[in-house]
Ligand binder design. Sequence first.
Ligand SMILES: *[C@@H]1O[C@H](CO)[C@@H](O)[C@H](O)[C@H]1NC(C)=O
Ligand SMILES: *[C@@H]1O[C@H](CO)[C@@H](O)[C@H](O)[C@H]1NC(C)=O
Ligand SMILES: *[C@@H]1O[C@H](CO)[C@@H](O)[C@H](O)[C@H]1NC(C)=O
Length: 198
Amino acid sequence: MRPPQGCRRRGVIAGTVTLCLAAGWALQTPGGVSLRVPQPNINATVAQNILLSVEYSCRGVATIEWKHVSSRGTTKIVEWKSGNYVNISTVYKDRVTVFENGSIQLLNVGVRDAGYYFVTVTEEYGTNIYGTIVVNVYEIIYEDLHFVAVFFAFLTGVSAILICFMWLCNKSLHLFQKTTHKLTASTTEEIELETIEC
Ligand SMILES: *[C@@H]1O[C@H](CO)[C@@H](O)[C@H](O)[C@H]1NC(C)=O
Ligand SMILES: *[C@@H]1O[C@H](CO)[C@@H](O)[C@H](O)[C@H]1NC(C)=O
Ligand SMILES: *[C@@H]1O[C@H](CO)[C@@H](O)[C@H](O)[C@H]1NC(C)=O
């Protein structure tokens, strides 16, 4: 028995649609999204600006989210969708710059900025990928610097005095040598004269 004409056509259409959908799906999500974190460990000092550098690639529009995790808890820093919106948390307002490749720059870091930074890149179809950067922030100990400065000034002073002293010594030694020369010279002359007279 041959199926009715309409049924067959419907079957063909359904088949074509399924094929198209499958092809479309295959084009849109093979491998999804990738993320490169070239420097997963950053050492900074207080008041420095740091670049949390990553580079993502994906098909379509991605949403990027950065979070900071430390012993104080988790804070959302920024979330943006390329070409759509940038949503920076109030805590980080004026301190964060976002870049097209997914990186962020954090200005004027403090000790409390140390910790883990998690970045999540989510592509349109829901696939996502994570990256982590560990940031250490070191304090410059100003007391130490002050001590070093004072010590350095002290050393400079002492060496200046020493140089003056040496210069004076040298000078007086020269003077002394000249006078003794003159003295010896005149005594010898006298002696010579005396011997001639005799
Ligand atoms: C940061 O410092 C740690 C030790 O304090 C060191 O092991 C690491 O290599 C440093 N990282 C960079 C990027 O300088
Ligand atoms: C991301 O872009 C910023 C600014 O253009 C650049 O400094 C940084 O090196 C880039 N990161 C990577 C991993 O290419
Ligand atoms: C931006 O963040 C605020 C608070 O976290 C939220 O209420 C708002 O919906 C966000 N906007 C977008 C476009 O995601």
